[in-house]
Design a protein around this ligand. Structure first.
Ligand code: GUN
Length: 309
């Protein structure tokens, strides 16, 4: 059986390590502060934001949630960002994406003070990443690197294949793997013979957002497989096609029928067990690390602003 890379365990380790840093900040001046801007009522975004705020509460990070309506204009959002940039008690600013299509998301993200950009989405911080300069790193890719490090999985000299080229996950994940001296390939939906390219990966990072698309023929035997995808699948036929092959978890379809959906990663959950040497499950793999790294970025921003590092 392959090793399961447990994101919940690593998240809890990271949270435990943050606590004394937060206590030191509180003793020196004040606890770190995070402002979260959530536009409208998208149910998935509401769940993500609720989890972020709850994690802040667990850790003693002060959080403030701003909830402009779906009808908010770009100018109004820019005014909110300006106010948060100027506030001394807020160390981090997070604008939950996606924003409504009417809003100019690029202008909004560009307006965030790069020192408070705890998502690592600002072009200046993307530039810092490429240049190998300090600065907040995009949370999901940073979480993947923490997971590899804490499980002692060697990266230097390895062939790493990243499937997906998004600005927030695929590209920064490739850059972080490169900085750790992996030989990195980025591939995507237009790559010719995607399966053959993926099979070169001793480390395979799947970040396409297509449920169970990475099947056994994409996975090199013995690969370390990192599954970033997490799709809420409501199509019973798709869920049944994947999970009816799972002899270890016959209750999965019963759970589907009870809840009306199942979470599915980008990697076929049955094939990965047969082929990989280690893999992240969905759920409980990469997902919990994204918030842990958001907390880490918030604490680091507060430490820099307090002159502690
Ligand atoms: N939407 C989905 N994931 C994220 C994230 O990590 N940060 C922000 N700002 N929005 C998101």
């Amino acid at each position: 059986m392959p090793q399961i890379l447990d994101g919940i365990r690593v998240r809890d380790e990271i949270k435990a390590e943050l606590k004394p840093r937060i206590a030191a900040l509180a003793a020196k001046s004040r606890a770190p502060g995070l402002a979260v801007v959530l536009v409208g009522n998208d149910p998935a975004s509401q769940v993500y934001v609720r989890n972020k705020i709850k994690t802040c509460e667990d850790l003693g990070i002060r959080s403030e949630s701003l909830r402009p309506p779906e009808s908010v204009t770009t100018e109004e959002l820019l005014a909110i960002i300006d106010t948060l940039n100027a506030r001394d008690d807020m160390d981090g600013i997070l604008v939950q994406v996606p924003l409504p299509p009417r809003v100019d998301a690029k202008r909004v993200l560009l307006a965030i003070d790069p020192a408070k950009d705890v998502d690592g989405f600002h072009p200046m911080n993307v530039g810092n990443l490429v240049a190998g300069l300090p600065g907040p790193r995009s949370c999901t890719p940073a979480g993947i690197m923490e997971l590899l490090k804490r499980y002692g999985i060697p990266v230097a000299g390895k062939r790493a294949v990243v499937v997906g080229r998004s600005v927030n996950v695929g590209k920064p994940a490739a850059m972080l793997l490169l900085h750790e001296n992996a030989t990195v390939t980025i591939c995507h939906s237009r790559t010719v013979d995607l399966a053959a390219v993926c099979r070169e990966g001793e480390i395979l990072v799947a970040a396409l957002g297509r449920p169970a698309m990475i099947t056994g023929e994409f996975i090199r035997p013995g690969a370390v497989v990192i599954d970033v995808g997490q799709t809420r699948v409501t199509d019973r036929a798709l869920a049944a096609r994947i999970f009816s092959r799972d002899r270890n978890d016959p209750d999965k379809m019963a759970a589907f029928d009870k809840r009306g959906f199942v979470w599915m990663g980008d990697v076929d959950p049955i094939d990965v067990v047969e082929k990989a040497s280690a893999y992240t499950p969905v759920t409980g793999g990469v997902g919990p690390l994204t918030i842990a790294m958001l907390m880490t970025n918030t604490v680091a921003a507060a430490e820099r602003r307090a002159g502690l590092c």
